[in-house]
Unconditional design. Structure first.
Ligand SMILES: [Zn+2]
Length: 98
């Protein structure tokens, strides 16, 4: 869920974080009140609601990466241990055709 903040292009006014339609409404009302005759302009910012701090996110990614490497190593050891006896009985003989 994203939130929108509109900033006036004529002065330092900014709307509170809200929905896109609500922000545009406030922006238009501000221009009608403070800058009559000027078409609404300025800038709009967006942010995602519910996003945690970047520090915690980075630590989580590092933990997941470490777990992934551990799983990778474990599966590699297991697959070599399993496949080795299975491959051993298979005898491959080459016949030379003349
Ligand atoms: Zn303004």
């Amino acid at each position: 869920m994203s939130q929108f903040q509109y900033a006036c292009g004529e002065c330092g006014f900014r709307t509170p974080w809200s929905t896109e339609s609500q922000g545009a409404e406030w922006q238009e009302a501000h221009y009608a009140q403070r800058h009559p005759g000027i078409p609404p302009g300025g800038m709009v910012r967006t942010r995602d609601r519910g996003r945690s701090g970047s520090g915690g996110g980075g630590g989580c990614v590092g933990l997941v990466a470490a777990l992934f490497v551990l799983l990778l190593v474990a599966s590699t050891c297991r697959s070599t241990a399993r496949s080795a006896p299975a491959q051993a009985p298979v005898a491959i003989s080459w016949e030379v055709l003349r």
